[in-house]
Design a protein around this ligand. Structure first.
Ligand SMILES: *[C@@H]1O[C@H](CO)[C@@H](O)[C@H](O)[C@H]1NC(C)=O
Ligand SMILES: *[C@@H]1O[C@H](CO)[C@@H](O)[C@H](O)[C@H]1NC(C)=O
Ligand SMILES: *[C@@H]1O[C@H](CO)[C@@H](O)[C@H](O)[C@H]1NC(C)=O
Ligand SMILES: *[C@@H]1O[C@H](CO)[C@@H](O)[C@H](O)[C@H]1NC(C)=O
Length: 933
């Protein structure tokens, strides 16, 4: 399905008018119409001839022979439903069976339910499986197991399962297979239809749970594992390439071993590989969103006597990619006693199939399992308990070097003379912590930049929580000036930045950052590194703790009320005013005039769905690339203003304000080759031409300009033309379009992770520009952030605030593959920005999948579905609209407090109902408005 389908009537030569009437498009045949209706209804079986009323028509054999019967085995086998059933016979392989092509009938991202009534013939019992074979558009084939069931020759059984295609399939065939050769598969009926609930974000389990994980009730009481205590033998369980049975009471083989709970436990035996064990398909019982906690009692027998690992794992099967395995939990067991295996997991997206495994001991050892539980970690395992709890051992160094070890061959020792309080940003979010001791770690004999103090934190980290990191750092006297110091995380041998600063020798420097894990790692260490070899590194008070984002939101709501709302007094005048007291008034905000913008691309404005969402939810725009110099003048003297003109026109038509991004871009890589190759003189002339060309053409049209993008990260123009060139660009831009506010625009200013672009450096840069006569009118924070922490963002805004300039988030996007986490990240950023008095506008760097510059940041997917992050954006926009209901008081007034923007007021007097609108401008003092009745 394309993004947009346009139907045209055209053709006569130009100059000839075209008259059109009565345009009808209908399905060309009744059959096709029915086909498409079936699709819409969803409740219709997509299998043709599902009960074999029409013989073997529409079915085919998969490596065997198929027949249709009304009875078999001297009349012993008759259909359960209807009059017929099919047999797949002469089967030579387990994958032989009966199949039907369902290509073109299944839509991606929708869940389908499969129900088959099956039986076997020729063997007492065997597994029958429903499988989907698909080929994706790029030719990749995949087999998706939909369901599997132990079938017998005694009775018909119902096989049930679900599947979901993430990608577009060019071929799809469903078939029933499984029993060993020689066994016939009998099929009475097969139904494949749209599942009642989408498997995706609205499966029954998580309905009403969105963003409310912690407060949900009820769900966390349900164990997702069926037959968890083996009271029904191995029902619902499957053995993964090994043997197993259930013991009731005491096993004759394992004397003295009894079940932990109930009577039974399972013994998994004849294991020849570590991964062999017990599995259960839990696809239909879990969903994206909640965290699940897992526990099981396990022990081993046989083989070598030393303790052996037992591991809980998930296998996630996807249509478009190979299966992935998620580590859930692990324990070491010996044969002396049952050990409790514990763990947790969280799904980032819904796979087509999820299988839970218990496995792990070396081959030869039997694995004993009892009482397996998988729960929503609802109230009982609330992460609230973890918030603000520092996971670094011996942070304050009261116990010497306990918990700390050198990374590499450096030497650690303890000295006095460090601060006694935590860095301020951490103090805000960490209400309870021990005071620091004044001691610090000194790392000496460093021979590599990565050497420094380290600590292993593997078991202490929880998935999807956002950890704030804070520490004091300093470099030894050997340093030749400020040095990069970085709190780093080694996550399974990958380096992750947890905060970075230019640290000096003369004082303690505060470093802060954030960190999050989205997949269970097998090892995580935190360490401090950065200065060149030979330079000593000092560290004090390193803290790392999960932040309670929701708790901060409460503070921000109060702050927002103070900053963004205004007292409004409506005075009623006019003919009716003498008898107004008591009359009822209803005030409804229809628009919030605070700038909320988005980046748009040229092609976006042709996508109706995009335009619809954009116009509903934004009042400002910035163009992705279309105004950039390289887009407008890719070759010297060859101009293309067309795209920008059309986009500007679109914005003007719809009352959307625009930011001009950007006149120049200081980072060399982004500059088109012809500009890069100019000599000094010609470069200066080209700059003047660019300024004149752009600013005269659009004079008075763009409300803002980003004059020279990313001057903290590049220096192309400055290196060639000297320091004044930057201020020159501002001075000239101002001369040519005095109505535009001129911005600096840079990234990584707000998150503490980049020592090249700290708020302090940004302030200094702006002061330098101002000193040279640049009229800097606004500070642009791009806001391409990851795992944002509110107090860190706020601290950066506070530091920038001292300049008294408006601050705008100009390119905000947050990246998290899990939509729920992304929604939280976005809420952190939007709330911090909207609550801060210096922030005067928020512009997102796009919202539509495939038109984002960072993957995993979209709010609306390519098909137009608003995801969790998009819903969160809409919910906040709704929260930031004021409404009031009441009666006019005896002074003829109605008072309320509301956000800036446009309001409707409805006044109902005994005689008439009237409605009008008014506007609330930004302001400090109460706004008094007269309403004429
Ligand atoms: C199903 O079988 C009938 C009877 O042979 C045939 O007319 C029809 O075209 C088949 N439909 C499809 C989609 O193969
Ligand atoms: C029945 O299946 C089992 C394997 O599940 C096999 O060992 C046995 O030979 C089969 N019996 C017959 C009669 O085919
Ligand atoms: C470590 O450095 C000190 C000087 O700072 C030096 O005296 C000592 O020998 C070094 N130790 C090692 C093991 O290199
Ligand atoms: C579209 O806009 C995004 C920002 O949302 C930008 O990163 C991207 O490069 C643009 N794509 C095109 C094709 O212009």
């Amino acid at each position: 399905m394309p993004n947009r389908v346009v139907f045209y009537l055209e053709g006569p030569p130009s100059g000839v008018d075209l008259l059109i009437d009565s345009v009808i498009i209908s399905c060309s045949s009744l059959e096709q119409f029915k086909e498409s209706k079936r699709f819409i209804d969803g409740d219709v079986n997509i299998i043709l001839n599902p009960c074999f009323e029409d013989g073997v028509n529409n079915w085919s054999a998969r490596g065997c022979k198929i027949f249709v019967h009304n009875s078999l085995g001297d009349g012993k086998i008759t259909p359960l439903y209807g009059r017929f059933f099919a047999s797949a016979t002469d089967r030579k392989q387990s994958w032989n069976g009966i199949q039907q092509d369902i290509c073109g009938k299944v839509k991606r991202k929708l869940a389908y339910e499969v129900t088959a009534v099956v039986r076997i013939f020729g063997n007492a019992s065997a597994n029958v499986c429903a499988t989907l074979w698909v080929q994706s558009q790029n030719g990749r084939e995949q087999y998706i197991g939909i369901a599997s069931l132990r079938a017998s020759d005694k009775e018909w059984v119902t096989l049930q399962g679900k599947f979901l295609l993430n990608g577009i399939a060019s071929k799809a065939v469903i078939y029933l297979e499984g029993p060993p050769m020689g066994t016939d598969i009998l099929v009475n009926s097969l139904v494949v239809k749209r599942a009642k609930k989408l498997l995706r974000s609205s499966s029954p389990d998580i309905e009403g749970l969105k963003g409310e994980m912690v407060h949900s009730r009820g769900i966390h009481d349900i164990n997702i594992i069926s037959n968890h205590d083996f009271s029904s033998g191995l029902l619902s369980w499957s053995l993964n390439s090994c043997d197993g049975y259930v013991v009731s009471g005491e096993s004759s083989l394992y004397k003295g071993v009894t079940a932990v709970t109930g009577m039974n436990y399972a013994i998994i035996t004849n294991r020849t590989e570590a991964w062999q064990g017990l599995e259960q398909d839990i696809t239909s019982k879990i969903s994206v969103g909640p965290t699940y906690s897992v526990s099981a009692y396990v022990r081993t027998c046989g083989g070598q006597n030393e303790p052996a690992p037992v591991i809980a794992t998930l296998k996630l099967e996807y249509l478009d990619s190979p299966p992935s395995f998620v580590f859930v939990g692990r324990t070491l067991v010996s044969k002396e006693q049952w050990e409790k295996l514990e763990g947790s997991f969280f799904l980032e997206s819904m796979p087509t199939r999820v299988v839970f495994f218990i496995e792990g001991p070396p081959p030869g050892k039997d694995l004993l399992i009892d009482s397996v539980k998988v729960f929503h970690s609802g109230l009982r395992h609330s992460p609230k308990m973890l918030y603000g709890v520092n996971i670094i051992d011996n942070s304050n160094l009261n116990q010497g070097l306990k918990g700390w070890s050198p990374l590499g061959s450096c030497t650690l020792s303890i000295c006095d003379g460090a601060p006694y309080v935590l860095p301020a940003v951490a103090r805000d979010s960490l209400s309870h912590h021990e005071p620091l001791s004044g001691r610090h770690i000194v790392a000496t004999n460093r021979t590599e930049i990565w050497m420094g103090p380290s600590q292993t934190v593997t078991g202490k980290l929880k998935l999807h929580l956002t950890y704030q990191i804070a520490a004091w750092v300093r470099v030894g006297s050997g340093a030749s000036g400020p040095q990069n110091v970085n709190v780093a995380l080694g996550v399974d041998d990958q380096w992750v930045n947890g905060g970075q600063v230019q640290a000096t020798n003369d004082r303690w420097n505060e470093v802060s950052g954030s960190f999050r894990i989205e997949k269970q790692p097998s090892k995580v260490i935190v360490y401090v590194q950065g200065p060149p070899p030979g330079v000593d590194l000092m560290v004090a008070g390193l803290h790392m703790f999960p932040v309670d984002r929701k708790a901060r939101f409460e503070l921000l709501k109060e702050k927002t009320d103070k900053v963004r709302k205004r007292d409004i007094v409506l005075k009623f005048r006019g003919k009716e005013s003498s008898n107004v007291p008591g009359v009822s008034v209803k005030v409804t905000q229809v628009k919030n005039s605070f700038p909320f913008g988005s980046c748009i691309n040229r092609s976006n404005i042709e996508n109706e769905e995009f335009v619809d969402f954009f116009l509903r939810n934004f009042n400002w725009a910035v163009f992705g690339n279309e105004l950039k110099w390289y887009a407008i003048e890719p070759e010297q003297g060859k101009y293309n203003y067309k795209d920008a003109d059309e986009m500007l026109d679109f914005c003007k038509r719809h009352g959307i304000e625009t930011r001009g991004h950007c006149i120049f871009w200081e980072v060399e890589d982004t500059i088109q080759p012809w500009v890069r190759s100019l000599n000094q003189n010609d470069l200066m002339i080209a700059i003047q031409n660019r300024l004149r060309g752009l600013l005269s053409r659009y004079k008075g049209k763009f409300r803002h300009y980003d004059v020279n993008n990313e001057m903290l990260h590049g220096s192309f123009y400055q290196d060639r033309l000297g320091k004044d060139i930057r201020a020159y660009m501002f001075r000239e831009a101002h001369k040519m379009d005095p109505s535009a506010t001129l911005f600096v625009n840079d990234y990584n200013v707000e998150d503490g992770c980049d020592s090249k672009s700290t708020p302090e450096m940004y302030v200094q840069q702006i002061l330098d520009l101002q000193e040279r006569g640049a009229l800097v009118g606004g500070i642009g924070i791009q806001g391409h952030v990851s795992n944002p922490v509110g107090p860190i963002v706020c601290a950066a805004l506070d530091k920038l605030e001292i300049l008294g300039l408006p601050i705008w988030f100009t390119e905000l996007d947050v990246v998290a593959s899990n939509e729920h986490v992304r929604a939280d990240d976005l809420e952190v950023m939007l709330r911090e920005a909207y609550a801060h008095p210096s922030v005067e506008g928020i512009v997102l760097w796009g919202f539509w999948e495939l038109f984002m510059c960072r993957e995993g940041s979209h709010l609306v997917d390519a098909e137009g579905d608003i995801n969790e992050a998009g819903q969160r954006y809409l919910a906040l926009r709704k929260e930031w609209m004021s409404h009031a209901d009441g009666h006019i008081n005896t002074d003829g007034e109605f008072r309320f407090r509301g956000y800036q923007g446009t309001y409707n007021i409805e006044v109902t007097t005994p005689r008439k109902k009237s409605s009008q609108s008014f506007v609330v401008e930004k302001g400090e003092t109460p706004l008094v408005l007269t309403i004429n009745l």
